[in-house]
Design a protein around this ligand. Structure first.
Ligand SMILES: [Zn+2]
Length: 398
C-alpha cells in the first residue's frame, strides 16, 4: 500500500512536497482532494458485493460540505449541519463516509444506556438494577467505542423517535419505556435524510432533543429522561418540498451542495466511483492511511477544542457582520463562533483568527433571514411612527 501511494501522488494535480507530513487535518483534506487513484485500480474487479462506505477523503471537491461535516464532529455545539441540494451530489455518500473518521466516546454497555456519570449526578438509583449491581461489584458500566451513524428512517413515527411504553413493565420505572431513535443516537451521528419530508411533530422532537441534549417522555404517571447528545445531520432536496423557516433556523451550518462544475473533477469523480463499484475494499485500502491520520486529527481537535479562544476583536467582527446582514436569530452567532472554534482546532490552533470567521460566515449565516419577518418588522416600524404622530397631534392643549 505504502509503495503504491507514492506512484499515485505523482499523477496528482497538486503533489505535496512530502506526502507523509501533514501539519493538520486541514492540510490533509486539501491534499487528498487532488489525489488520484492508480490506473491499475480502475480495471480490477474483485467480484465481491460488499456494503462498505465510499471513503470520505476520496470524494472529489465539495470542500465546504466536507469542512462542515468535520466541524460538526469536532464540536457538537455547532448545532448540526443541513445539506441542501439535488439528488446525486454526494450528500448521503459523504455522511456515510464519515464513519472512517469518527472519534471514540464512552458508551454504555447496558440496553438502558446507564453511564457512570448517572451515578455521579443522580446516585445509584439513577441506573438500572443490573448496572447498580455491576457498579457495586466494581465492574465497568461503559467502554470506549467509535461514534456510530444512526439513520432516521423517513417513515418514522413519533413513537419510534422518542420511545414507547414497555408492554411488560417491571418493578423498575426506568425499564417501562423503550428507548427511541433519539436515545439510541446519544453520542452518535444522527442522519435525517430528506428532513423536509418528515412530519412537523417528528422534526420538532428531533430539534428539541438536539438543542437540549436530552428529552423527556411522559406516559401517564411515568416519565423518563434520556440523553440525546447527538450530532444532527440533515439533508434535503428543495425540489421535493420546502422546510419551514423556523426549522431551517435551528440547523447550525447550512451547505448548498451543487454538482461539480469542473469537467476534470467530474471525470475524476466518475473514475473513483467506478473503481469503488468494482472493488470497494481496494478503494478503502487506497485511502486507509489518510483516513486513519484524519481520524486521529479529529480526536486531537476535539481534545484541544475546550482551550480554543476567540479574541474580542474577532468576535466583534462576527457580531458586526450579523448586524450588517440584519439577522435576528441568536443562533447565528452561536454557530458562527462555535464553528470558528472548531475550524481553529482542526488547524491545530488555540486562537480563532478573523480568517476562520470569514471562512465559516457563509455556512453559518446563509438562509438565516426571513423575508416574512423583515416585512413584518418594517410594517411594524411604520405603524409605530403613525402612532407616535397621532399621539403628538392629539396632545391635550394646556
Ligand atoms: Zn443499566
Amino acid at each position: 500500500m505504502v509503495e503504491n501511494s507514492a506512484n499515485q501522488v505523482k499523477g496528482s494535480n497538486n503533489p505535496p512536497e512530502n506526502e507523509s507530513t501533514f501539519r493538520s487535518l486541514k492540510d490533509l483534506l486539501d491534499h487528498v482532494s487532488g489525489k488520484r487513484l492508480a490506473e491499475s485500480q480502475l480495471q480490477q474487479d474483485s467480484g465481491l458485493a460488499e456494503v462498505l462506505p465510499f471513503p470520505f477523503l476520496a470524494m472529489v471537491g465539495q470542500v465546504e460540505m466536507k469542512y462542515a461535516l468535520l466541524l460538526a464532529l469536532i464540536n457538537p455545539a455547532i448545532g448540526g449541519v443541513l445539506l441542501i441540494g439535488p439528488r446525486g451530489t454526494g450528500k448521503t455518500t459523504a455522511i456515510r463516509g464519515l464513519v472512517d473518521l469518527v472519534p471514540e466516546v464512552q458508551r454504555s454497555l447496558c440496553y438502558y444506556g446507564c453511564l457512570p456519570e448517572d451515578i455521579e449526578t443522580g446516585g445509584i438509583d439513577a441506573v438500572c438494577p443490573n448496572c447498580a449491581k455491576k457498579f457495586a461489584r466494581g465492574e465497568p458500566l461503559a467502554a470506549m467505542d467509535k461514534i456510530r451513524l444512526v439513520e432516521l428512517p423517513l417513515n418514522s413515527r413519533i413513537e419510534d423517535v422518542v420511545g414507547v411504553t414497555d408492554e411488560n413493565p417491571t418493578e423498575h420505572e426506568r425499564l417501562r419505556l423503550h428507548r427511541g431513535i433519539l436515545a439510541h443516537a446519544d453520542r452518535n451521528l444522527l442522519l435525517v435524510d430528506e428532513v423536509n419530508l418528515l412530519s412537523d411533530e417528528v422534526v420538532d422532537a428531533i430539534l428539541d432533543a438536539a438543542a437540549f441534549g436530552s428529552y423527556t417522555v411522559k406516559r401517564g404517571s411515568i416519565a423518563a429522561t434520556y440523553r440525546s447528545r447527538f450530532v444532527l445531520i440533515g439533508t434535503m432536496n428543495p425540489e421535493e418540498g420546502r422546510l419551514r423557516p423556523q426549522i431551517m433556523d435551528r440547523f447550525g451550518l447550512r451547505i448548498v451542495v451543487k454538482g461539480l462544475d469542473d469537467i476534470n473533477m467530474r471525470m475524476e469523480a466518475y473514475k473513483r466511483v467506478q473503481a469503488y463499484n468494482s472493488n470497494p475494499r481496494q478503494v478503502m485500502l487506497e485511502y486507509s492511511d489518510e483516513s486513519s491520520i484524519a481520524q486521529t486529527e479529529v480526536q486531537i481537535a476535539r481534545d484541544i477544542l475546550p482551550e480554543v479562544k476567540i479574541p474580542e476583536e474577532v468576535s466583534n467582527l462576527g457580531l458586526e457582520l450579523i448586524r450588517h446582514l440584519n439577522i435576528n436569530s441568536l443562533r447565528a452567532e452561536i454557530t458562527l463562533f462555535e464553528a470558528s472554534r472548531a475550524l481553529a482546532a482542526l488547524d491545530n490552533r488555540k486562537v480563532v483568527s478573523s480568517n476562520d470567521l470569514q471562512t465559516i460566515a457563509p455556512m453559518a449565516l446563509r438562509m438565516r433571514r426571513s423575508s416574512f419577518i423583515e416585512k413584518y418588522i418594517t410594517d411594524q416600524t411604520e405603524e409605530e411612527k403613525e402612532i407616535k404622530n397621532a399621539v403628538n397631534h392629539t396632545s391635550p392643549t394646556p
